[in-house]
Design a protein around this ligand. Structure first.
Ligand SMILES: NC(=O)C1=CN([C@@H]2O[C@H](COP(=O)(O)OP(=O)(O)OC[C@H]3O[C@@H](n4cnc5c(N)ncnc54)[C@H](OP(=O)(O)O)[C@@H]3O)[C@@H](O)[C@H]2O)C=CC1
Ligand SMILES: CC(=O)N[C@@H](CCC(=O)OP(=O)(O)O)C(=O)O
Length: 310
């Protein structure tokens, strides 16, 4: 029997892409609220309680409110917002890092943020095996397509006044910091320098490292080997080992379709490295990740229906 899925916030950027990915899937029956009901609390309460799985694609406060509207023990939740990413009782929906089984059996899943997806994919496995120190002061440089900021940022960029390059986060308190620290097992918050470029989708997340300054002095080759081994059987994450490019481009044709590519660039001696993740903020960074988790919850292969024609 098909699982019923309600996407709360289904008219937003992340929600629409999830709907698109699920449109031809007969394993799922989508519950959709009409335009005049989609913000109506009573209609949402009913849909949230009717659904086998509710996917929340909402602002943080509204996502918390949605969870409170669920009054039964059956409805399982995938929350795409940042409301529950370090919250007690929630499973962090990053199957490659926590194991597909934990996602498959979870009742409350919090989807990773798009930037943390790139950062954690690079750093968490290396800290875990002791190749990178947990107490290092990590820096994260990143650029994102403007759809990463949802409808409001899309409107700003598509109104004809798009800034060419927009660096932000200068209050040094971006909402993704606790999530990066917690799920990489770090001692300190990272220094995060995000920016937006005038393309719709896609992102590059980079962690530059002076390996030679670390007490344990890991070699860049060892980092690449460890990442490669870690993701060996992961169908969504690839470690690029051969023919490393000298430039990375963000445009639809160059993006891994709902997957994520990891690179370990190094200087000749292997003591300076730039760990880099390239992904689609709306693919593995949000909607694709939600569908990957939904597949696992439904007992299906995690990659079913992930490909999206752009
Ligand atoms: N965009 C991205 O790349 C990523 C987004 N996320 C997270 O996913 C969540 C959704 O983001 P995104 O899709 O970008 O945001 P959008 O702003 O594009 O969409 C949010 C949707 O929620 C709707 N909404 C707001 N308030 C209510 C309410 N009270 N009841 C019902 N619906 C409501 C909005 O309605 P209306 O259409 O009327 O404005 C809109 O359709 C956010 O928490 C975001 O942080 C996570 C990772 C990446
Ligand atoms: C470009 C842009 O504005 N990006 C968003 C993050 C998008 C995302 O990952 O959403 P979550 O916050 O739910 O994780 C930002 O920096 O706030």
């Amino acid at each position: 029997m098909a699982l019923s899925v309600f996407i709360d916030g289904g008219a937003g950027t992340t929600g629409l892409e999830i709907r698109e990915r699920l449109a031809d899937r007969d394993e799922f029956e989508l519950l959709i609220l009409d335009e005049d009901q989609r913000k109506d609390a009573a209609a949402r309460r009913e849909a949230l309680n009717d659904a086998d799985v509710a996917i929340l694609c909402l602002p943080d406060d509204t996502a918390r409110e949605a969870v409170a509207l669920i009054e039964n023990d059956r409805t399982r939740v995938i929350d795409a917002s940042s409301a529950h990413r370090v919250a007690e009782g929630w499973t962090y929906g990053f199957p490659e890092l926590i194991g597909t089984d934990r996602v498959a059996h979870a009742k409350r899943i919090s989807n990773p943020g798009c930037y943390p997806t790139g950062f954690l994919a690079l750093v968490a496995p290396l800290v875990r095996v002791g190749l990178l120190p947990a107490d290092w002061p990590y820096t994260v440089n990143a650029v994102s397509g403007y759809s990463g900021g949802g409808k409001a940022l899309i409107e700003r960029y598509e109104s004809g006044n798009a800034p060419g390059f927009r660096a932000y986060g200068y209050d040094l308190s971006h909402k993704h910091l606790p999530e990066m620290k917690a799920h990489a097992g770090l001692t300190h918050l990272v220094l995060f320098a995000p920016a937006v470029i005038p393309v719709f989708r896609g992102m590059i997340v980079e962690v530059p490292l002076h390996l030679g300054a670390m007490e344990m002095e890991p070699h860049a080759n060892a980092l690449q080997e460890a990442l490669s081994e870690f993701y060996d059987s992961a169908p969504v994450v690839s470690v690029i080992k051969a023919n490393l490019p000298n430039e990375l481009i963000i445009e639809p044709d160059a993006l891994p379709n709902d997957g994520m590519e990891l690179f370990v660039f190094a200087n000749k001696g292997g003591w300076n490295t730039r760990l880099v993740a390239r992904l689609d903020n709306l693919g593995k960074g949000a909607s694709g990740a939600a569908v990957q988790n939904l597949n696992l919850m439904a007992g299906l292969p995690e990659t079913t229906g992930l490909k999206l024609d752009r």
